[in-house]
Design a protein around this ligand. Sequence first.
Ligand SMILES: NC(=O)c1ccc[n+]([C@@H]2O[C@H](COP(=O)([O-])OP(=O)(O)OC[C@H]3O[C@@H](n4cnc5c(N)ncnc54)[C@H](O)[C@@H]3O)[C@@H](O)[C@H]2O)c1
Ligand SMILES: [Zn+2]
Ligand SMILES: [Zn+2]
Length: 404
Amino acid sequence: MKAIVFHGVGDIRLEDVAEPRIEAPTDAVVRLSASAICGTDLHIIRGTLPGMKPGTILGHEGVGIVEEVGGNVRNLRDGDRVVIPSTVGCGYCSYCRAGYYACCDVANPNGPQAGTVYFGSPEDGGSLHGLQAERARIPFAGVGLVKLPEAVTDDQAIMLSDIFPTGYFAAILAEIKPGDTVAVWGCGPVGQFAVASCRLLGAGRIFAVDGVPSRLEMARAQGAEIVNYNEEDPVEVIQAMTGGIGVDRAIDAVGVDSEKPQRGPAARHLKKEERHFAEEVETVAPRQAGGSAFHPGNAPSLAVEWAIAALAKAGTLSIVGVYPEAMRFFPLGTAMGKNLTLKMGSCNHRRYIPHLLALVQSGVVDPTQILTQVEPLTDAIEAYKAFDQRQPGWMKVELEPILA
Ligand SMILES: NC(=O)c1ccc[n+]([C@@H]2O[C@H](COP(=O)([O-])OP(=O)(O)OC[C@H]3O[C@@H](n4cnc5c(N)ncnc54)[C@H](O)[C@@H]3O)[C@@H](O)[C@H]2O)c1
Ligand SMILES: [Zn+2]
Ligand SMILES: [Zn+2]
């Protein structure tokens, strides 16, 4: 079968790989009808999320048809149409039972202290093969997979695999209460769903910050007050528009590949931090790709720095943008001085999917507003490059496996 395979930093390929098979009685094999490209995949390919073994299939977002189940998958059968949660939990450890699927004690072959298990992951995520393929093996399938009603399309369901739950998780971590003023940093697919989720939880005002006009416009269409960091200093604007108080809640939907502004007042204000950011990049991305694509961000800590600077005293910072272990730069003193609450982590997808699926099915949310491209899996490398470069109009990219 065809799949997108990681070979090294900056090097991904469309290849023929072995078909997956049932390896444990709790496994299923799913034939993918849709997959997608995520910002997390970009971190892996840019070298800012290290530890990916060459030969691992990429991708952690998927929708498909169950083809085969192991003997201990009792709630599903072949032919069932399902959405695949990005993270994998066993369903029986104390963490999974409490809804912390991303903290599962059992699913990671590296042991209970290892990281969240997800499809298409580096070593500390379990090195599980990913979903940008024609088929995939799904561990603990009876726990993770969620059956889809016929009325929900693949284009809608693929958003429920990772990014809608993650945006919602970000809003939950941010402790959004009705009336709150929020700043969402980063208007990629995750940031868009963070905006949508803040609205669902009753936020009063939502600021959305990015440097890409087409992405900002999509946030504005959702009702967010947009700030382009290439035109204005986002911290100054947010302070000024909140009576000098700042926002109650902030969400980091950027992660380690955070960028410096290219021009404008914010670029001038950051001139003196140039050396500091260069050191950060050296630390988080010692190995980088040559060529024109898949370069790490040039200011790893900037989104968090700005988010903290624009928060009100006693506010809450929610971080869902991904950072690697090497990321040790954090404005702790400023956060301390403001009595901030910090919450962060990997989404517990399975916990939120049924609720969000109901919102989609009932028409409360149409997640396809965020979907801008549907490409055949065979064109995935070019699609990856366009998404990497944040080309105008390239927001969320769905991949359709072409089946023989
Ligand atoms: N925690 C989780 O479970 C989870 C799940 C999915 C994705 N993620 C992470 O969420 C993040 C966003 O994912 P995505 O798919 O939307 O990626 P993306 O790369 O498309 O989006 C990032 C956005 O941030 C913007 N940006 C860059 N520097 C910025 C800055 N200094 N200030 C404000 N905005 C800035 C970029 O222009 C881009 O639009 C990634 O880090 C991804 O790994 C986390
Ligand atoms: Zn993702
Ligand atoms: Zn578990």
